[in-house]
Design a protein around this ligand. Structure first.
Ligand code: FHN
Length: 420
């Protein structure tokens, strides 16, 4: 029997089975880079005389383009500006701790050399190279854990793929055949041909019962037991939890989990979207997610030539500069030890509490309630500027240095003894 229900992939937690032994690097990494790159990147949200805003990677669906017509986009997909070393270097300089890129999205086009489907970059495009081979090697050279996003059920190119409702008869579909003939064989290619993977980021589960999903996981695990599987593999069988798109939990959540956001308003490149999150917004998003105990994976959508949007490069590098000074308050931390405050949030590590000052009080006096442990020092992270502070019962008061040019997005380090 085929499960007709699309398992609720948004709010279900990570696996209920025993914890994966390889989660620590993920929990410590804190800041990931998501990349959505496919044929849709060349279209940039435009099709014939229509222009679509947002979700550039859903253009085929939104414009209801039949597979036979859409696949012709591959004939001119030739990302001559793609430079794997430059992508990996920019990620490194941005302070990125892992990278996940779309191997195959819902359009069904494989952005890698697949022997399972000739609707791939090697056979169907003039590019005739495997960018994923180059990118996995470039990330390895930079020490950045690398992984693939894979749309395991939605496939608008295949008659048995899930998610069509304009091109193939839904009632005639054999989802298990799709998994047997494309999904699982391609996942095995990715887990075999690109070196050790940090993550396989499953998306949009469907068409399988919990038992069938478990069987798929068990067979994939044999290829790379150390690789983490995202919770959108479905049925609570992932190794860590992904929240919904652009969703951050309001309170600290235990275990390994991830919030995912676009940098602008679309996962896939759209030419007419200039609404990019500025560095301050990225930094606050990152520190907010870290203050709840999770990772932020921020998405970049390169265009059809293989170039990142200029604002993505500029703003990610600015974020990397901030992380050079304040990174210890993000990497390897756990959730904050006091609730979010009007001035910002906290993260923690051993006997250290980091105060992320987003909105400094007008009088420069930071009041830190619930501070019970004995404070031994308060400093500006990465600076020798002296900081005046005073500890009252259950409250720490810190006078932000008036000499600071801009106290927004500064981080204070509070050392303490005992338990908070
Ligand atoms: O439909 C996809 C969407 O295109 C994008 O890949 C996001 C990323 O989390 N996942 C699905 C919608 O949540």
């Amino acid at each position: 029997a085929i499960a007709q229900d699309m398992p609720d992939m948004w709010t279900k937690g990570a696996a209920t089975q025993k914890e994966h032994p390889n989660l620590q690097w993920f929990k410590d990494a804190k800041f990931g880079l998501f990349i959505h790159w496919g044929l849709y990147s060349k279209l940039g949200g435009n099709w014939k005389d229509s222009s679509y805003y947002g979700s550039g990677e859903w253009l085929q669906y939104r414009a209801q383009i039949p597979a036979a017509e859409y696949e012709q986009v591959a004939d001119s997909f030739n990302p001559v500006d793609f430079d794997a070393a430059q992508w990996a270097q920019t990620a490194k300089d941005a302070g990125i701790g892992y990278m996940v890129i779309t191997a195959k999205h819902h359009e069904g086009f494989s952005m890698y050399d697949s022997k399972v489907s000739d609707f791939d970059i090697m056979d169907a495009s003039p590019y005739k190279k495997d960018p994923m081979k180059a990118l996995s090697a470039a990330c390895k050279a930079q020490g950045i854990p690398f992984g693939f996003y894979y749309s395991q059920f939605l496939d608008w190119h295949e008659p048995n793929g899930g998610g069509n409702n304009w091109d193939f008869d839904e009632k005639k579909k054999d989802y298990l055949r799709y998994y047997r003939e494309k999904s699982v064989p391609q996942l095995k290619e990715l887990l075999t041909n690109y070196g050790p993977l940090g993550i396989v980021w499953f998306d949009m589960p469907g068409g399988l019962t919990k038992e069938q999903t478990r069987q798929m996981i068990d067979s994939l695990r044999t290829l790379q037991p150390g690789c983490l599987f995202s919770s959108r593999v479905g049925h609570d069988l992932g190794d860590y939890r992904d929240f919904g798109d652009s969703e951050v939990p309001p309170v600290p959540i235990p275990g390994a989990w991830e919030s995912i956001y676009t940098h602008n308003d679309s996962w896939g490149f759209i030419a007419h979207d200039m609404n990019f999150k500025a560095p301050g917004e990225i930094i606050r998003l990152l520190s907010n997610v870290a203050s709840k105990g999770g990772n932020l994976m921020l998405n970049v959508g390169p265009d059809g030539t293989g170039k990142w949007p200029a604002y993505s490069v500029q703003y990610l590098l600015a974020t990397g500069k901030w992380l050079k000074q304040y990174g210890e308050s993000i990497y390897g931390t756990t959730h904050g030890l006091i609730p979010a405050q009007p001035w910002g949030v906290t993260t923690a590590k051993k006997q250290r509490l980091y105060l992320h000052v987003w909105t400094p009080p007008a009088n420069g006096m930071l009041r830190v309630p619930y501070m019970k442990a004995k404070v031994t020092s308060v400093t500006l992270l990465g600076s020798t500027t002296p900081v005046k502070w005073k500890q009252l019962p259950e409250e720490l008061q810190v006078q932000l240095p008036a000499t600071l040019p801009d106290t927004r997005n500064t981080v204070l380090l509070v050392n303490y003894t005992g338990t908070q």
